[in-house]
Design a protein. Structure first.
Length: 346
């Protein structure tokens, strides 16, 4: 059995990790880490695991945890892991970080967008960006995996086929994104109160959302050119889910058939990316509680633009599910193990 530890187990992504790993036939959770609930029963924080989890929450001693676990998941705020990670920890256990600390390769870019000094830049280069559909082989040999952000996961997978095939003008790319409130985390914040969110929709992080450089960096790798884009997220009154609608000019002479084929070719062997039938738009309700990403594309010949669409669960494929997918690759397991989740409806 793989022994797993979770730091940040009482956040939404951490709790989702618990839910998924409890169903994983190859894993035993040995550490439920939480600064806020040390010595309290995990099931008293999340009643959905009553009589399923008897463990109490422990602290965040990564050095001690690395001696007990084969893999450590850090579902923690930005800057936490970068401040404590060292060679001893990485020598003892593999680490999958759900924060942004090792996603962006340029330290100056990270420090600018996240407003903090990076405390362990020496590990950035070796960290593998854990978008499994793009970096599968590199992930398998990693010690440190930078689990992608939720918006970058859905955005990149929605746009990837056309960016890779060179069928769109990357300078014209605009991404409109919408997410449920769980994306903001479990901490108490006035803008996320029920009365603030219910019956409302609003843009936020306009022109300065922290996921922007991550999306730009990944699409730059894919397209082979420097990408600068507009990314505008919106908060909508639902618990889970992300919907991406991206727009770009397609290259002159590109046909509908070529665009459709780019998606079918890119994802023909991918279990977790579902290319919908022509004319069907992705919906968050069809992926909720699952590790699937539903994508599709529409050509607008009138404007010369293509509309790229994607939907996924921000806590599962956007965080914990992707982390488990990465773990499966690290330990040479079936990539879908513990993740064959039928989406929840209604």
């Amino acid at each position: 059995m793989i022994k797993a530890g979770i730091i940040g187990a009482t956040g939404y992504a951490g709790q989702e990790l618990v839910r998924l790993l409890l169903q994983h036939k190859e894993v035993e959770i040995v550490w439920y880490g939480s600064r806020s609930y040390v010595d309290e029963a995990f099931s008293s924080v999340f009643g959905n695991v009553f009589q399923l989890v008897e463990n109490v929450c422990k602290g965040d001693d990564l050095h001690e945890l690395s001696k007990q676990a084969d893999v450590i998941f850090t579902a923690t705020p930005q800057g936490y892991l970068a401040g404590v990670l060292d060679e001893e920890i990485l020598s003892n256990a593999k680490v999958i970080d759900l924060s942004a600390d090792y996603r962006i390769k340029d330290v100056a870019t990270y420090e600018k967008w996240y407003g903090m000094e990076h405390k362990s830049p020496q590990f950035i280069e070796e960290a593998v960006y854990g978008l499994c559909e793009l970096n599968r082989e590199s992930i398998k040999g990693a010690r440190l995996v930078a689990n992608p952000g939720c918006y970058p996961t859905c955005s990149t997978l929605s746009i990837y086929p056309l960016a890779k095939a060179g069928l769109i003008d990357m300078d014209t790319l605009i991404i409109d994104a919408k997410s449920g409130t769980s994306g903001a985390g479990r901490g108490a914040k006035v803008p996320n109160l029920y009365c603030e969110v219910n019956e409302n929709i609003k843009a936020y992080g306009v022109a300065n959302h922290r996921h922007t450089p991550e999306i730009e960096e990944q699409l730059s790798y894919v397209s082979g050119e420097t990408v600068t884009l507009n990314f505008t997220p919106h908060l909508i009154p639902m618990n889970r889910g992300i919907l991406i609608t991206a727009y770009a000019k397609y290259k002159p002479g590109t046909t509908k058939e070529e665009i459709r084929k780019a998606y079918e070719d890119a994802y023909k062997d991918e279990y977790f990316v579902r290319v919908l039938k022509d004319g069907v738009c992705p919906e968050t309700k069809w992926v909720e509680g699952s590790n699937f990403v539903d994508v599709n594309v529409k050509v607008d010949e009138r404007t010369g633009r293509v509309i790229m669409m994607g939907a996924m669960d921000n806590i599962t494929k956007g965080a914990a599910g992707q982390a488990v997918q990465n773990m499966n690759l690290l330990f040479d397991l079936e990539e879908t193990e513990g993740l064959r989740l039928v989406p929840m409806v209604p």
